[in-house]
Design a protein around this ligand. Structure first.
Ligand code: FEO
Length: 166
C-alpha cells in the first residue's frame, strides 16, 4: 500500500508529465504552423514520450492500491520567437522536471517507500537522457544559425527522430 503523501506527490508528477506533453504539443503546433515540419515531428514524438511517463506513474499508483487523481492543466505558451528559443525553453523545462524527480526520490527515501524509490530510478536515468537530447538540439541550432539554409538542414535532421521503443 502506498502512503497518502507519496500518492499525492506522484499524482502531482502525473500532472507535470502531462503538462510537459501539453507544452511539447504546443511547440509542435507552433512549428507546424511555421512550416518547420521536422521540428514539429520531433516535438510530437517528445509529447508522446511524456504521456508514457505519466502512464508509468499512473500504473505505479494503481499497482500499489492507491488512487490516481488528475489535476487541471494550465494552457501552455503558443508562440516562440525562434526555433532556438523554443528548444532552449524545452531544455529549461527538462531541468525543472529533473528537479521534480529528485524531490520525489528524496521523499521516497524519507517515507521509506522502497517500491516508489525503485520505480523512480528509471526516471532519474531518463532525465539524464531528456536533458541531453534537448541540450544537443540547442547546440545544433546554435551551430547551424537561426535562419536560411542552416535551419532548413537542422529541420530535416530533427525530422528523422522516431518514437523509441521502451
Ligand atoms: Fe518526462 Fe521530459 O520528462
Amino acid at each position: 500500500m502506498i502512503t497518502k503523501k507519496m500518492e499525492a506527490a506522484l499524482n502531482e508528477q502525473i500532472k507535470e508529465e502531462l503538462a510537459s506533453a501539453y507544452l511539447y504539443l504546443s511547440m509542435s503546433a507552433h512549428f507546424a504552423a511555421e512550416g518547420w515540419d521536422g521540428m514539429a515531428g520531433w516535438m510530437r514524438v517528445q509529447a508522446g514520450e511524456e504521456q508514457e511517463h505519466a502512464m508509468r506513474l499512473f500504473d505505479h499508483i494503481v499497482d500499489r492500491g492507491g488512487k490516481v487523481k488528475l489535476h487541471a492543466l494550465a494552457a501552455p505558451e503558443t508562440k516562440w520567437a525562434s526555433p532556438l528559443a523554443a528548444f532552449k525553453a524545452a531544455y529549461k523545462h527538462e531541468q525543472h522536471i529533473t528537479g521534480c524527480i529528485h524531490g520525489l526520490v528524496e521523499l521516497a527515501q524519507k517515507e521509506k517507500d522502497h517500491a516508489a524509490g525503485a520505480m523512480l530510478q528509471w526516471f532519474v536515468t531518463e532525465q539524464v537522457e531528456e536533458e541531453d537530447h534537448a541540450s544537443k538540439v540547442v547546440q545544433l541550432l546554435e551551430r547551424m544559425g537561426t535562419e536560411g539554409r542552416g535551419l532548413v538542414i537542422a529541420d530535416r535532421e530533427l525530422g528523422r527522430r522516431v518514437a523509441e521503443k521502451e
